[in-house]
Design a protein around this ligand. Sequence first.
Ligand SMILES: Nc1ncnc2c1ncn2[C@@H]1O[C@H](COP(=O)(O)OP(=O)(O)OP(=O)(O)O)[C@@H](O)[C@H]1O
Ligand SMILES: [Mg+2]
Length: 148
Amino acid sequence: MNMKNYVRFEFPSLPENVSFARSCVGAFAAQLNCTLEEIEEIKLVVSEAVSNSIIHGYDNRPHEKVVVMATILDNEVMEIMVEDFGKGIVDIGQAMEPSYSSDPARMGLGFSLMQSFMDELDVCSEPGRGTSVKLKRSFRAKSQAALA
Ligand SMILES: Nc1ncnc2c1ncn2[C@@H]1O[C@H](COP(=O)(O)OP(=O)(O)OP(=O)(O)O)[C@@H](O)[C@H]1O
Ligand SMILES: [Mg+2]
């Protein structure tokens, strides 16, 4: 697949940057052939992943680095990467289970949400080094997909 466009940015792990990252990727996604509802879904998954980096990766420490990259491939595929350099995840399988949270006050639905709105979810993590979440979704028109 050919890269058509990308945006990459980093910011400190301040809670107010969740909505910044979400809007930024949403605005970038507007060039895709997708509906406003689909853009809302993209925004939602970005805020879930960025919140996870801040809340879990950095235990809410406010001056750590979060990196977001969004790439558009072949005009129709959106790839999003959210990366932190925080504490990492010991058991990725368990973390991704619906309703699992290491914090009893949370719902444990972030990864499930990312999974349901995107075609692919890939989590790489190393304890003590950080976590990167890669999300991918195709917006190819159904009729075109059927022809391919
Ligand atoms: N970037 C991260 N760094 C470290 N741990 C993480 C990270 N992202 C997720 N986790 C771990 O995975 C668990 C599940 O994440 P998920 O987003 O599904 O639920 P949650 O954040 O606990 O709750 P919710 O998203 O519903 O508020 C978290 O509770 C946390 O233990
Ligand atoms: Mg979460």
